[in-house]
Design a protein. Structure first.
Length: 260
């Protein structure tokens, strides 16, 4: 008998560019490709959380593409940050019942970085909203999350598209959506400078993403303050996934054919 491969998907971070995750997920659903486990970093952790909780791409798209960015993340300057993600986290709490990672329908792995130890932290249990908050705390913009002796910040500085986490936890075929922008551009504001600097870290290097099917949909710079950026990145993700979906089908088919 052929063994069905366990398929995992890694959702990359990148602020509003992470809308590409939703577009790619939609294409997978349209082609009846079932996801068995999911990981995410930064804005990708929000999509990962909702996906693992059982919501489809249409539902996730409606939430984030119709949201007012200023309601998701608002200004609140402090010594360690400029913004607070209250609206963003409210969405996660509301749609997961403020639940725990271990209660999700799919195995879920959320990645953050500890500023104290300089190590990656992988959330596999505990409150989902807290994990998403920690994973999305962009350095210099959103205040780090204190948890025990750790000071947690955006996982993108270490592992912006955590495909390797899925591989380490038993995924047979690993899919990854890299939402970093590799195209050259000049940052236009303080927030652009921070995100561009993160694009340059090792955690955002596509060559270091351990995936069997990797797409890089972000072909042009998209500012986090651009109210149309989420929709633009969603379209990019959908188009890129459609362009490479036959490669994925062949990969899955070959896996079936090679098992006994």
């Amino acid at each position: 008998m052929n063994k069905k491969p366990k398929i995992g998907i890694a959702f990359g971070g990148g602020g509003t560019r992470a809308g590409a995750n939703i577009g790619a997920l939609e294409v997978l659903e349209q082609n009846n490709i079932k996801i068995d486990m999911v990981s995410g970093t930064s804005a990708g952790s929000a999509a990962a959380a909702l996906c693992a909780w059982g919501y489809d791409s249409h539902f996730i798209k409606e939430i984030f593409l119709n949201a007012d960015l200023t309601e998701l993340i608002g200004p609140k300057p402090s010594m360690t940050g400029l913004l607070v993600p209250e609206g963003y986290l409210k969405i996660i709490r509301e749609h997961t019942g403020d639940g725990n990672i271990e209660d999700a329908f799919l195995p879920l792995y959320i990645v953050a970085a500890d500023l104290v130890s300089k190590k990656q932290v992988i959330f596999t249990e505990g409150n989902i909203a807290r994990a998403v908050h920690a994973s999305s705390a962009i350095p210099g913009l959103i205040k780090p999350v204190k948890l025990g002796d750790m000071l947690l910040t955006d996982g993108g500085i270490i592992n912006n598209c955590p495909a390797d986490v899925l591989r380490a936890n038993g995924a047979d075929i690993v899919l990854a959506i890299n939402c970093s922008c590799m195209a050259p551009y000049k940052p236009k504001n303080h927030i652009d400078v921070v995100l561009r600097a993160m694009d340059m870290t090792g955690g955002c290097d596509p060559e270091k993403i351990d995936a069997d099917w990797l797409i890089n949909p972000i072909e042009e710079p998209l500012g986090i303050l651009d109210r149309h950026a989420m929709e633009k990145s969603y379209i990019m993700g959908k188009q890129c996934a459609e362009a490479h979906i036959e490669e994925l089908k062949e990969l899955i088919s070959n896996y079936h054919g090679n098992q006994s």
